[in-house]
Design a protein around this ligand. Structure first.
Ligand code: ADP
Ligand code: MG
Length: 542
């Protein structure tokens, strides 16, 4: 400012402007320099950024290519797998179909084989044996043996199974030994799950042959508590020997067979068939007529005897035969008779029956003359004949029914009435007494006597079967009242079905094996062809 002193304002302003100009020039050159440097730096950065981006994009392209290949390979793999899967599905479907076809064919063949087997049985006069395993029940656990707790537990285990519907498998295990499996074959084996319905379904066809002129006998064999009475009659009423009629689905073979017989009869011309019933108990080798009435008309078991008629048939003279019109009449009658059954509680089962029960249905068929049978197809004639049959015939028959004897002995009876014939066929339903050994039940005294009678009668039955099997000239029917009474059924004239009843528990192994042995021997018996009653005209469908 000293330089400015004394100068005019104009000069000062000029000087000042020149100074500003200079300053301006200096600043702009610095800015230009800075700008150039920044530009250069930016260009470098951009370049390296570009090359970095290029690198990244190349890398990305490479990687995505690899991934794409991988994805493609995976997709191809999946496609291949899908195709293979489809192939497998097709194959599985084919296999399933052919399996179904084979199963169907197998079922058909099985049915055919069964039918052939049945015909073979009939031709040879074989005895059919079916085997039913009952379920394990609470009383199987109850103590009743002098065995240790440990063995007791083992004892209540299951030892008998149905391997298939013709094979029973028994696991035989003894302490200290490896268990051995034994199998037995029968015409049919029922598992513990099979119902009374299923059992009856196999019995029903036999009943059809009853009306076609064959005698039929169904008997239950097995130790006490194995389900014989349950199978034959149904569950027993508490503390009573009668059975529960109300529980339809639980009914056993005897009530169902009766219902079926009446159903079959209802399809025939009315009045051409009628049914009589007898109920007999074999106790301590004595025969009791459970339908006999005392002088007051009350049912009281009366002792009867069994004889052999001149024709070589067995017969019980004076045995009560009651005519029944329907199944419920029959059931009430049998239940009344059953209340007389003699029993003794053993340690095995409190309500065991210690006697053999034989319920017999005698079916009488009225057939008219030589050719009348064919005329039954004709409505009018049928009606006329039915009228005759129900007017003349049954009247005469029924009047004499209760005291009649020896009727069972002459199955084909020719009555005096011209052209009228009556044919009798018989359905015997037998609930045998328990087959256990004496030691097993721990019985003494009177009960021991009972047991020994039971054992003797059952071994007599086995002896008879043995003698028939060996075709011996003498068959020892008369060694026991039981075999004498059942002679015609066991000896060859009837279609015979033995229903083996098996308790599944390990502790009953000895008894079960004994029953299975009996059944196996019974199956092998050949009695010659089962005979058909001599109907004048063959019935329909035969
Ligand atoms: P058994 O006549 O051989 O001495 P039961 O028929 O009296 O034997 O049967 C003994 C017990 O087992 C009875 O209480 C009976 O109801 C029961 N029982 C038998 N078989 C069966 C079964 N298949 N299902 C259910 N309970 C059964
Ligand atoms: Mg019984």
């Amino acid at each position: 400012y000293q330089g400015l002193a004394g100068r005019s304002t104009n000069e000062v302003l000029q000087l000042y402007a020149a100074h500003g100009q200079q300053m301006k020039l200096q600043t702009s050159s610095v800015v230009t320099q800075l700008h150039g440097a920044i530009k250069k730096r930016l260009r470098q950065d951009l370049k390296s950024l570009r090359s970095f981006a290029l690198e990244i994009s190349k890398d990305f392209q490479r990687q995505s290519k690899t991934f794409l290949y991988q994805v493609l390979a995976a997709v191809q793999g999946i496609q291949l797998q899908n195709e293979a899967m489809q192939m497998f599905q097709i194959k599985a479907f084919d296999l399933e179909q052919s399996l179904q076809e084979v199963t169907e064919r197998y079922e058909k063949e099985k049915q055919k084989r069964k039918a052939l087997h049945n015909s073979l049985i009939e031709l040879r006069g074989n005895i059919r044996v079916h085997c039913r395993i009952r379920p394990l029940l609470p009383f199987d656990d109850a103590a009743g043996h002098s065995v240790s707790q440990d063995r007791q537990r083992n004892f209540s285990e299951k030892a008998a199974y149905a391997a298939d519907d013709e094979t029973i498998l028994v696991k035989c295990s003894r302490p200290g030994h490896a268990s051995v499996n034994k199998t037995f074959q029968f015409e049919r084996v029922y598992s513990d799950l099979e119902s009374q319905d299923a059992i009856f379904a196999d019995v029903a066809p036999l009943l059809t042959s009853l009306l076609d002129g064959y005698n039929v006998c169904i008997m239950a064999y097995g130790q006490t508590g194995s389900g014989k009475t349950y199978t034959m009659l149904g569950p027993q009423l508490e503390g009573n020997l009668a059975f529960a009629i109300e529980e339809e689905s639980e009914l056993g073979i005897i009530p169902r067979a009766t219902q079926e017989v009446f159903r079959l009869i209802s399809e025939k011309p009315p009045g051409s068939y009628w049914v009589e019933v007898s109920v007999v108990e074999v106790y301590n080798n004595e025969i009791f007529d459970l339908l006999a009435k005392d002088s007051y008309g009350k049912v009281s078991g009366v002792k009867r005897d069994v004889v052999t008629t001149r024709e070589g048939k067995s017969d019980v003279p004076l045995l009560t035969h009651e005519t029944v019109e329907n199944a419920s009449e029959f059931l009430h009658l049998v239940n009344k008779g059953l209340q007389l059954r003699v029993t003794h509680p053993t340690l095995v089962h409190a309500h065991s029956s210690r006697s053999h029960l034989v319920v017999t249905l005698t079916i009488t068929t009225v057939v008219f003359g030589d050719n009348f049978g064919t005329l039954w197809e004709d409505e009018q004639t049928s009606q006329r004949l039915n009228k005759e049959a129900s007017c003349i015939f049954p009247q005469k028959m029924r009047d004499s029914k209760s005291t009649s004897s020896s009727r069972a002995s002459s199955p084909v009876q020719l009555e005096a009435t011209e052209k009228m014939k009556q044919v009798k066929t018989r359905l015997q339903l037998v609930d045998l007494a328990g087959s256990e050994c004496v030691g097993m039940s721990g019985v003494t005294g009177a009960a021991l006597r009972e047991t020994s009678f039971i054992n003797r009668s059952l071994s007599a039955l086995a002896d008879v079967l043995g003698a028939i099997a060996e075709q011996r000239a003498h068959i020892p029917y008369r060694n026991s009242k039981l075999t004498h009474l059942l002679q015609d059924s066991v000896g060859g004239d009837a279609k015979l079905l033995v229903m083996l009843c098996i308790s599944p528990g390990q502790k009953y192994l000895t008894e079960s094996m004994q029953s299975l042995g009996f059944g196996t021997r019974a199956r092998q018996v050949q009695r010659g062809q089962v005979k058909k009653k001599n109907f004048p005209v063959p019935s329909k469908g035969k």
